[in-house]
Design a protein around this ligand. Structure first.
Ligand code: NAP
Length: 552
């Protein structure tokens, strides 16, 4: 059944196209899923709304877009050939380089021939009588597949700010999550930016370099730390390429799936001077070193507050205007409870005469008008408005179309009070459906490429088990799902991650049930749980035999 995707997608009869698996999404998870399933000899098709591979890196072309994980971690580990052939130019790669890497992998593995781009899934429904997923798209495709793999990503549904008058703005609107492919020139223009999360912070540092007047509308300030990115020279590259096996092994054994260093000292186990010296060192080293210096920053509120004070002091040392500095200092939530951001000269931008911080707590936005942003104190006239207001994260992508399980059970109904699944991988009542980097796994709390690879490898091993045992369908028991959700809830209670209003908890989307539904026990522990299930012969999963084989 293998062959060119276009050919296979247009059967003369108009009947559904029969496949072994449909994969939704061409980000790093979907790309690896297509490769791994094809390696098993399966007939697959990938469906992707974007025009090419790359997922979030295809869409997020905003100025300054960059990964906050080092490429040595944020890259595929499954192919030694790819590791050796691809050469990163810096420690933390920018979006163009990451997208080039995705394209390199797609070329190397000839992935595009099995992807259907610029196509959206409109529904996926399980047909219990025929034991297939019927998947339909906005281009009129109708596939039937034994398995459906949702590699839809935790951050793919952009969220606009709910501000009156947005649609009336007569200038240009740019969204961080769907940035134009051509370069945008802001020089000499009056530009506003709403949103100061990871995306907004990166935009500020880049747009701040060449802009007329820049107004940064900040509601909640984020904690951000220096990235201290560095070019990789020939010696660095050799060192990395010679040591990939041990680097990958260390990543797999770590809580974050690759981010290092990871300290095992409790904050108060050291005297004050020593703690401060370690924090200073970490600040100088850059990256996530501050987060990794101590083991208990997300479970000990006093330790957390002292580190928050340390970062607030640093902001005060950079920003010259005391009022602006004060407004930029995050307060009222624990450091690291929102995604910790990394930047290059973010706070420095606010020392420029043409970069203005607008503190929305002091002077809220009343409306967007055709000519600018109307604050309580008056209007800020603008030529362009940038929105970096985040995503309907974790659940948004799978709730954006109809997913119907056994007996027509609707995923939107199952998830109406939040994401609920088994290991973030499977759903009770939805046979043969898998999620890659699903909402109840480590998702945003660890290196997503590590999760993608681990998930896909686990899924393909289960498929091998199914085939080897003459089985046809698999799904978790409702009890198994409850047990997993209890584990997640128990762990979540111990961290401070839910103490900020973020996309981690659904707190950024009005009407969404709030709660931390990710696995907070770390990537390595998560992998152990998954492996233990496989080792137990897949306890908590129920299988149905392949009727074609019964009595054969
Ligand atoms: P985000 O962290 O959710 O930030 C959205 C921002 O928009 C927040 O500052 C939010 O303020 C603000 N906002 C939303 N509605 C608003 C309104 N009506 N008025 C004023 N402000 C409003 O979204 P993001 O920055 O796109 O980042 C999302 C995630 O993507 C990150 O957490 C990270 O996981 C990932 N990411 C990673 C990188 C990287 O690797 N370096 C870069 C970009 C993104 P409030 O907090 O007050 O709601």
């Amino acid at each position: 059944m293998m062959g060119d995707v276009e050919e296979r997608l247009r059967p003369a009869s108009g009947d559904p196209v029969r496949l072994d698996a449909v994969v939704v999404g061409a980000g790093f998870g979907g790309m690896y899923a297509i490769h791994a399933l094809r390696e098993r000899g399966m007939a697959v098709v990938g469906i992707e709304a974007g025009g090419d591979v790359g997922g979030v890196w295809y869409w997020n072309r905003y100025p300054g877009a960059r990964c906050d994980l080092m490429c040595v971690d944020y890259s595929y580990s499954f192919s030694e050939e790819i590791q050796q052939e691809w050469t990163w130019s810096e420690q933390f790669a920018g979006q163009p380089e990451i997208l080039a890497y995705a394209n390199f992998v797609a070329d190397k593995l000839d992935l595009r021939k099995d992807f259907r781009f610029e196509t959206r899934v409109t529904s996926a429904a399980w047909d219990d009588a025929r034991r297939v997923w019927a998947v339909k798209t906005n281009r009129g495709d109708h596939f039937e597949a034994t398995y459906c793999i949702m590699a839809t990503g935790p951050l793919s549904i952009p969220k606009d700010p709910e501000i009156a008058g947005l649609e009336t703005f007569a200038g240009d609107i740019y969204r961080a999550q769907k940035w134009p492919h051509e370069e945008v020139d802001f020089s000499g223009r009056r530009v506003g930016l709403i949103g100061t999360g990871s995306s907004g912070i990166q935009i500020v540092t880049e747009v701040g370099k060449a802009v007329g007047e820049f107004y940064v509308f900040q509601r909640t300030p984020s904690f951000t730390m220096p990235m201290r990115n560095a070019k990789l020279d020939a010696e660095d590259i050799k060192e990395i390429k010679d040591h990939y096996p041990s680097l990958r092994a260390a990543a797999r054994a770590s809580a974050l799936g690759g981010v290092r260093p990871a300290g095992n000292r409790a904050f108060f186990s050291l005297p004050r001077q020593q703690r401060l010296a370690l924090l200073e060192d970490a600040w100088k080293n850059g990256g996530h070193a501050v987060l990794g210096t101590f083991s208990d920053l997300l479970v000990n509120p006093d330790a957390n507050e002292q580190v928050a004070d340390f970062v607030r002091d640093k902001i005060g040392q950079v920003v010259k205007d005391p009022k602006t500095a004060e407004a930029l200092k995050p307060r009222g939530y624990p450091i690291f409870a929102r995604r910790p951001c990394l930047d290059t000269d973010y706070y420095e931008q606010f020392n420029k005469p043409n970069v203005h911080l607008v503190d929305l707590f002091e002077d809220p936005i009343e409306a967007i008008t055709p000519t600018g942003v109307k604050l309580q104190s008056g209007e800020v006239p603008l030529d362009a408005l940038i929105l970096a207001t985040g995503y309907d994260g974790l659940t948004g992508a799978l709730m954006a179309f109809e997913v119907l399980g056994r007996d027509g059970r609707d995923l939107r109904e199952k998830w109406q009070y939040g994401a609920h699944s088994w290991l973030g991988l499977m759903l009770a009542g939805f046979p043969n459906l898998f999620m890659v980097c699903g909402a109840n796994g480590p998702a945003a709390l660890a290196n997503i490429i590590s999760i993608d690879e681990q998930n896909v490898d686990w899924i393909t091993a289960l498929m091998t088990h199914i085939e080897a045992n003459g089985l046809a369908t698999v799904e978790p028991t409702p009890e198994g799902e409850e047990r997993w959700m209890d584990i997640i809830a128990g762990l979540a209670e111990k961290t401070m991650l839910s103490k900020a209003n973020t996309w981690y908890t659904g707190g950024n989307v009005s009407g969404k049930t709030r709660g931390l539904t990710m696995f907070t026990g770390g990537f390595a522990k998560y992998s152990e749980y998954c492996q233990a299930v496989a080792d137990s012969g897949y306890a908590e999963l129920v299988f149905q035999p392949d009727e074609a084989l019964v009595g054969a």
